[in-house]
Design a protein around this ligand. Structure first.
Ligand SMILES: [Zn+2]
Length: 157
């Protein structure tokens, strides 16, 4: 089954270990049905925490969708073992941070959304619940320095 990987890169200012927080993180993806090539008109939220029974099988999946055009049932699983954090040593390169196993679906776009975390490079400060819809800036009280994440980009591989 095809596996799609999301690679990201960003400029990190006095922070490291940028990652999606928790197994219940909601990955925001735009997907296309391989049966009819139709792109879904909405962003889909996919979480490793969701368990949906597969019709006609004993197994379960993280995300199930029936295509409105060709009526095919497609599914996606989050491969949590592929989850990685983006660190200062990764800058300025792209790094795969998560992978998805897709049945009948192509991932076309990714949105950072909310629920990210990182920690100070000069302190033990943990910054949580970050929104990466745009650049993020804050101040690390313990290290007495400004912190930030900017120029964030992604690629679907
Ligand atoms: Zn379809």
């Amino acid at each position: 089954m095809p596996i799609y990987r999301i690679a990201i890169r960003a400029q990190l200012e006095n922070v490291t270990n940028l990652e999606a927080t928790g197994d219940d993180f909601q990955y925001c993806l735009r997907i296309k049905c391989n049966g009819c090539n139709e792109e879904a008109d909405k962003w889909q939220f996919i979480s490793a925490d969701e368990q949906i029974k597969m019709p006609g099988s004993q197994g379960s999946t993280n995300f199930l969708i029936k295509c409105k055009i060709c009526r095919k049932t497609n599914s996606v699983d989050v491969l949590l073992k592929e989850k990685k954090s983006y660190t200062t040593t990764d800058v300025p390169n792209f790094k795969d941070i998560i992978a998805f196993e897709c049945r009948g679906i192509t991932i076309t776009s990714f949105k950072f959304g909310e629920g990210w975390q990182c920690r100070g490079t000069e302190s033990s400060t943990l910054f949580t619940d970050l929104s990466l819809e745009e650049d993020w800036y804050d101040y690390d009280e313990e290290a007495n320095c400004s912190v930030g994440i900017s120029e964030i980009e992604y690629k679907v591989n």
